[in-house]
Design a binder for this molecule. Structure first.
Ligand code: EPZ
Length: 422
């Protein structure tokens, strides 16, 4: 298993090209199942989660031609509509093939994804919504089998909790359903808007994406199209927090206006972090000004609130800041696996229930640490860049799930970081 070695203490200065969004690419790749025609997707990040989704789609008779960050997909009728446990357990977003398979073929057998390091991750909202559209489910031996008598039917679905994945699965299912589907309390993440724009290019009729009420009028068939994936919002936020923690000045390129506005808003309390849109919103200049005492209070929320996917990185970036900050994790019940590893580096952290108290630590020192999940691993990278001495991060396969060329991007900005094959 690869490790990453970092010698901390340097500020970051230079440019970083932001990759395409993992959390937009995954549902968009799954959407290729909705048509027999060719879907061409560009700006797809080279990440292990993407490769897992491609492996799953190949097992469902999707022909895939991949050239660097561009992928063509042609989905023909598969011999079996089974998404195997080995593939789904590796990458939970595999569950996003359920809606497309039921819409296209009226049948699907998908392994229940199970939990992960950050929580038990139920899928009841996906299933309840699909049942309202006419799917009959049965669960046996860890698999859920869905069957539809004829065609999915449009339905009015009230999600009792905001869920990105459930919203995406239901939108995709509804595109080919008979009649109109209304999804109330829908998630508003930009990745859902990106998926919706792709589906509309394929001929779907969708209104209200990006708001809490989405209306889909089903059509008989979807068609070929080409589409460019939006930039990665969380990667952008992660690098901004690297600069906050280490100091320096970095220009993030290949972003967009929505990402710039969102990060400027959610980082407002970080007074000494200056974020400035440039190049008509396709770049974001990040600069850390003088260190000053900050005592912030942040609660993670669904979009457009502070993203849960940046909680761990924010915690790490505050470790050497004077003051006392509170961060409350409201989305996942166990997104705290990074706390103990940060404490081993000398962090002054306390977890009380879902609240993390961050105080200035006297000395943040490099150590041998263990990555436990995707965002926890990027948080350890931030802490290592800030610490004195050398840090070795184990199990960096977690990092490779969601960050493309991370070491290269940071090295170009002056970080002492290298990957060690072991
Ligand atoms: C998506 O996961 C993202 N993953 C996550 O990013 C992100 O943290 C999450 O949305 C929240 O923004 C992808 O897009 C591939 P949810 P998802 O359904 O869809 C509960 C990363 O680091 N819930 O919005 O699985 C659930 O337990 C990953 O890139 C139910 O109760 O998240 C959680 O508490 C991690 N029942 C809350 O809703 C359900 O049926 C939000 O989950 C579904 C979800």
């Amino acid at each position: 298993m690869d490790k990453i070695e970092i010698t901390g203490g340097d500020s970051l200065n230079g440019k970083i090209k932001i990759s395409g969004s993992k959390n937009s690419a995954l549902p968009i790749l799954a959407a290729a199942l909705l048509t027999e025609e060719k879907i061409s997707v560009s700006n797809v990040p080279n990440l292990s989660d993407i490769f897992s989704m491609l492996e799953l789609l190949r097992s469902l008779n999707v022909k895939i031609i991949k050239k660097k960050n561009n992928i063509d997909l042609i989905s023909s009728t598969p011999k079996s509509l089974l998404a195997h446990y080995n593939l789904v357990r590796k990458m939970r977003a595999s569950f996003l093939i359920l809606g497309p398979l039921l819409a296209r073929y009226g049948n699907a057998k998908v392994s229940l994804p199970g939990g992960c390091a950050i929580g038990n991750r139920p899928v009841n909202l996906h299933l309840d919504g699909l049942e309202k559209m006419g799917v009959a489910f049965k669960v046996e031996e860890g698999y859920i089998t869905g069957t539809v008598n004829g065609r999915l039917k449009g339905a009015k679905i009230n999600l009792n909790k905001i869920s990105v994945g459930a919203t995406e699965n239901l939108i995709m299912a509804a595109t080919l359903a008979e009649g109109t589907t209304i999804i109330n309390n829908a998630a508003k993440e930009p990745e859902i808007s990106d998926l919706s724009k792709l589906l509309i290019k394929m001929g779907a009729r969708i209104k209200g994406f990006g708001t809490k009420k989405i209306i889909i009028n089903g059509v008989r068939k979807l068609n070929r199209c080409s589409y460019k994936i939006m930039p990665d919002r969380i990667e952008s936020g992660t690098f901004a927090l690297c600069v906050f923690g280490c100091g320096g000045k970095v220009k993030l390129e290949n972003v967009n206006n929505e990402i710039c506005n969102h990060l400027i808003k959610v980082f407002k309390q970080l007074k000494s972090l200056e974020l400035k849109k440039t190049d008509n919103g396709t770049s974001l200049l990040i600069q850390k000004n003088k260190n000053e005492e900050i005592s912030l209070s942040v609660k993670t929320r669904e979009y457009p609130g502070f993203p849960t996917d940046l909680q761990a990185q924010l915690t790490a970036s505050l470790l050497k800041t004077k003051g006392r900050s509170e961060i409350v994790e409201n989305i996942f019940e166990n997104r705290f696996m990074h706390i103990s590893e940060l404490i081993r580096m000398g962090a002054n952290l306390k977890q009380i229930g879902s609240k993390i108290i961050v105080k200035n630590c006297k000395k943040l020192k490099g150590a041998e640490v263990m990555a436990t999940d995707l965002r926890a691993s990027s948080c350890l990278v931030i802490a290592a860049l800030m610490a004195d001495g050398k840090t070795t991060i184990n199990r960096v396969y977690h990092l490779d799930r969601g960050y493309e060329n991370l070491e290269k991007k940071l090295k170009l900005c002056g970080a002492k970081i290298k990957r060690v094959q072991s």
